[in-house]
Design a protein around this ligand. Sequence first.
Ligand code: MG
Length: 411
Amino acid sequence: MARSIAHVDMDAFFASVELIERADLRGRPVIVAPSGGRGVVVAATYEARALGVHAGMPVGRARRAAPAAVFIPPHRQAYTRVSRGVMALLREVTPLVEQVSIDEAFLDLTGARKRLGAAPGIVEGLRSQIAQRFGVTASAGIGRSKSVAKIASVRAKPDGLLVVPPERTLAFLRPLPVDALPGIGPHTGAALARLGVRTVADLADSPDTTVARAIGDKAAAHLLALSRGQDDEPVTPEHVEKSISAETTFEQDLPRGCEELRREVMRLADKVAWRLRSAGLMCSTVGVKVRDADFKTHSRSHTLDSPTDSTATITGLALRLVASARGAHLTRLAGVRLENLQARAGAPLQETLGQDPSRLPRLDRVRDDVRRRFGGAALTSGTLIPDGTVRLRRSRVSMMDPINQSNQPGR
Ligand SMILES: [Mg+2]
C-alpha cells in the first residue's frame, strides 16, 4: 500500500503571527523587518508579496516597492510559541512528525490512517484546529512521498490543501517546471536549461548519462529519481526521545490496588499500544505515572532488552510498575507512557515476558483489525492473569460509538 505523507507549511508565518494581535492590519501589505531600515525583510503578507516584496529583500528596497506597507519589527518569542503549539498539535495525530523548520513539518500518516481515517480528512482537521487554536493558517500537500507532498503544499498556498493520489503522481509531476523539484537552485537550473530541460517531464525523459555530465552524478541520480516519482525517503522524527502517552484523572480518588484502577491502567496501556502499532513503531521503555490525592506524582519506568509493540507486554509491565510505585493510598490520576520509540522495520524480534511469543502478535493483529472495522474503542476488555499478563476475551467484540465510549471511564 502506498504511503500517505503530508507536508504542512504555515502561510507567511511570521507575518501571520504578527497579525494575531493586529487584526486591524488584515488584508493590508504588512512587512516584518528589523527597525532601523538597514536589515532585510523577515516576512511579508501575501498582500505585500503581490507588490514584489519577499523575505531576504533589503528593507530599503521593500520600502520603495511598497511605500504604503506597514512595517513591524519581529517578535521571535511569539513565533517560537506558536510554532511549538502547532508542532505539538501535529504530534497528537502521529509521533512520525519531522519538523523541517520553525513553520513546516512532514507527517507520515500511513499508520494513522487506520485509526483516524483517510489522510485528507486528518489534514483538514489539523488545518482547521491550527486556525482555531492559533489564529494562523497552514497549507498542506499530501502525496506518496515527501517530495510530492512538499511540491503539493507550495501549490496549495495560501490556506489550501492539495492531495495527489498515488496513481496520479506522475501526471502531477510531469507538467511542472523543473525547478519545482526540491533542491534545484539557480546553478543546477541553468545547467539543466542548457540541456533544453524545462519541465519535470523533460528531465524524467532525459538519458541519465547526459544529466550526470551536466550536473554531476549525485545530483543527477537524486533529481532523476524525483522526476520519475521515485522517493522513498522516510519521515524521520528529529528528536530521538519521543513518547506516546495517555492518562486519566478519576472523578473520584481510587484506592491503590483496586480493580477499577487496574482496569483503567489496562485500558490506557491498550490505548498507547494501539497508537504505537498504528504509527508503525515499537518501544523499548514503558513508564507509568500515578498522582496521589494530595497531588504528589510518582513515576516509574522499565526499559526492555528488546523493543516491543505487544499490548500484553506493555499492559503487564504497566500493571507491575503501578503496583510497585510509591505513594499514598488514594490515586487521583494514572498514566502510561511509551518511550525510546523506533520504527518497526529493522527492530529486533520482540521477546515477550514468558508468554508464547507466536500468539501475541497474532492476537494484537486480530484486535487491530477489529478496531479498524469497528472503531478505536472496540475490544478493550481483558482478564488479569496472576503472572501479570493479560488475556483478552476475543468474544467481547462490539461496535461502540466513540463519543459514548469516552463517557464511560473504566471501559
Ligand atoms: Mg511557511
